[in-house]
Design a protein around this ligand. Sequence first.
Ligand code: GLP
Length: 241
Amino acid sequence: MEFIKVKNYDEMSEKACEILVDRMSKLQQPVIGLATGSTPEGLYKLLIDKYKKGELDFSNTVTFNLDEYVGLDDDDPNSYHYFMNDKLFNHINIPAENIHVPSGVAENIQQECLDYESAMKVAGQIDVQLLGIGQNGHIGFNEPGTAFDSRTHLVDLDESTIQTNARFFDSIEDVPTKAVSMGIGTILESKEVLMVISGASKQEAVKHLLSGEITEDVPASALHKHPNVTVIVDEAAWGDN
Ligand code: GLP
């Protein structure tokens, strides 16, 4: 696991953009795993800028998002589908059929999970998986205790995650309690992982990653088992580590 320490959020976004664009430029059909949350938003803005300047083309890019809330459809402003359309897909030339986000409203969620895994297999492995991190060390919506060999699955969100994500909803009662998420095993199969971490609220998670300890209590620690992980951390998240 390689750590890159940067000054602030903007530098983190720029560094992540540089790495992602470099990898995309080397691939005929890049398969990119995408993440939601506030952390990758700056990166998405930079990708849009590059596309608008004619420096980046998404016509051959295939994407797979990590996760989605159960019960929210694509049009719900709090769904991750909506987030991705709003923050990235609506502004670039990616063909709609190349975009994959798990459905949180499928009638049969178990089948949806299996279908999502199959779609990833058909596309080939994910070339670069972008990740944020939850304050409790979650990746995607894989909460503490999730098995490292888990595949795309239905998850019960941690109380702490519900509290943290309540800021996006009108009231805490509106926050979904379940989600569909790629599993940790799914994430570990990607060829490369690019993680972005910003802000003081992530210091504990960073401390744990730096310790090198591998435990299911901190889902992101599974990434130590992966041969090609870059973690971009800003000073606020690094703290006095
Ligand atoms: C959610 C997402 C994660 C994301 C995390 C952190 O829980 N499922 O993929 O990494 O939020 O979000 P933020 O970047 O807003 O701190």
